[in-house]
Design a protein around this ligand. Sequence first.
Ligand code: C5P
Length: 401
Amino acid sequence: MLKGRRILLIVTGGIAAFKSLELVRQIRTAGGEVRAILTKSATEFVTPLSLQALTEDRVYSDIFSLTDESEMGHIQLSRNSDLIVVAPATANFLAKMRLGICDDLASTVVLATDKPVVVAPAMNVRMWDHAATQENIITLKDRNIKFIGPNEGEMACGEYGLGRMSEPTEIVNAIQSILQPNRPLLGKTALVTAGPTREPIDPVRFIANRSSGKQGYSIAEALAAAGAETTLITGPTNLPVPSGMRVLKVETADEMLAHCMESLPVDIAVCAAAVADWKVANKSDQKIKKQKNINCENLSLSQNPDILKTLSNADNNRPDLVIGFAAETEDILHNGIRKQKEKNCDWILANDVAMGTQTFGGDNNTIHFVSKKGTEEWPVMKKEDVAKYLAKKIIDEIGRV
Ligand code: C5P
């Protein structure tokens, strides 16, 4: 999503500086390159070494250092980047930006740049509310500085209010919307379920299935890449946490449903999770002993909620487009058509998960697409390509372009 884009990250001295490490990880996962500048006070919160390890580049901090200036002068640092992000941006740094003070490398670079500048402020709520800061913000916004956050919440100082730095995901989204302003799903929201669910039998055992989560993760990534503000609600998988979206990890179907309902309203919902149909009604708080000789009669099951059906029938909050999968081992198209009607969703992607097809856990998928208008046979595709193809169909259906 940020492939080949060069981001210059300026970390200033606030307690939220620790989040800048995760920001670097997310920008890099999205394909971007990061070069970092630390102010002197930021080094009290994060070490140059940790940023250096994450950026895989040297970290700049001193305008009067001969090595810094000879290796990469301050003008060069700004010239060689596509965008500058200041995260966290302290009240002091915003004040310096407004006045054009350039008494260190970070402030000099922001004065010398003609590239877009994004700031993610983080400070105590009273410092944020202070007239001085508010006037600085108005002036900086007038100069086209893009503000992301701050968010409201509990602060490190114990107070509550506006002043928490935005989450790295929100910052990555802001960077993307500046660098790629014409993404067709910008302004749309999406929720994607993925992976298996785990239904506990006792504290150590569970019922689950072979879903890898690959298809759902790829769909969430394709929607986020197209600009949708995406929430991925995922059961346990071995996949790396994707960047540029909100990721909520769950274990059970009940947890997955609760997070889906809390995420509403959304424009698009894609249920790609392989939700267990059953949960254990009499799950044990203690590990069940082997000698008790457990058998199917004393393991009693109750039905899990149907998340796809619940979303498709959400009265006031029904997403504009609700999409489900139908993992079948026989009569795939027919079952897909039946499920689309039964669940009242808009589209069903029916796929063959019989032994030997290697759909579950594998890299490819063969989709029989069912909508209210009819059916389509898609060729065998990699799961990433199924995701891109589906995203394109979603864009055609509800996107702006
Ligand atoms: O009924 P079946 O499990 O075959 O339906 C599959 C579709 O329904 C998938 O999209 C799956 O994510 C969704 N589903 C769900 N909640 C369940 C069972 C399935 O959202 N409890």
